[in-house]
Write a protein that binds this ligand. Structure first.
Ligand SMILES: Cc1cc2nc3c(=O)[nH]c(=O)nc-3n(C[C@H](O)[C@H](O)[C@H](O)COP(=O)(O)O)c2cc1C
Length: 194
């Protein structure tokens, strides 16, 4: 049953983003997964400026309408998948900026991490670089990640994402791992209360 509100965040703002088709494909994949009501959030469309709030985001007192809108968007999600490019060995500046804008809205929510790059790493170093940032805002990364090398090679001439069976299985495993983090843990049989 589709109960969990999953926001799939496409973390490139480039008009020619190679990751955007991947994020679209993943949104459809999440829809057929069964446990999610997915929404695609394109940071290119969100179009946040660089952080321009006078107060620390953890105060939750936002001055600007763009921050209030972003707060409502992120606050409405139960979980996320970040579809993130690697730029110069790290995560994209728009993703970091979008995270920095808020605080409470991220707290305790699971996040799946799917990276991609032109080269052979698939952006795995960017994922590792992001982990301490996620920790600071209380996002809970799913233990299963996916890194896709040679992203342009996965696009059709009309720039749709062309998935292989292996990639589909790996993406589904990330979605499963996010769903597991959303499932309340049942107490172990025989566990005693104190
Ligand atoms: C500023 C910039 C830096 C990049 N740095 C790397 C890199 O360090 N390693 C790599 O494999 N690809 C790198 N690339 C290639 C990107 O991974 C590739 O262009 C990818 O499509 C970018 O995602 P996007 O198209 O969704 O913005 C870089 C691209 C850009 C624009």
């Amino acid at each position: 049953m589709a109960t969990h509100r999953l926001h799939i965040v496409s973390a490139s703002t480039r008009p020619t983003s190679a990751g955007r088709p991947l994020a679209h494909w993943l949104t459809e994949r999440a829809r057929v997964h069964g446990e999610f009501a997915p929404t695609l959030i394109d940071l290119g469309e969100v179009a946040l400026p660089f952080l321009d709030e006078p107060e620390h985001p953890s105060e939750g007192r936002y001055l600007h309408q763009h921050t209030k809108n972003w707060s409502a968007t992120v606050g409405a999600a139960d979980s996320f998948v970040f579809v993130m490019p690697m730029y110069n060995g790290g995560f994209s500046a728009p993703l970091k900026n979008a995270i920095d804008f808020l605080h409470q809205e991220w707290q305790g929510k699971p996040v799946g991490l799917i990276s991609y790059s032109a080269g052979t790493s698939g952006g795995a170093p960017a994922v590792e670089m992001l982990r301490p940032v996620l920790d600071r805002v209380g996002l809970r990364p799913a233990p299963r990640t996916l890194s896709i090398p040679g992203i342009e090679g996965h696009l059709t001439p009309d720039r749709r994402f062309r998935a292989t069976p292996a990639l589909t299985g790996d993406a589904d495993a990330v979605l499963d791992a996010v769903a597991t983090l959303l499932t309340p843990q049942r107490p172990r049989a025989g566990a005693t209360r104190s």
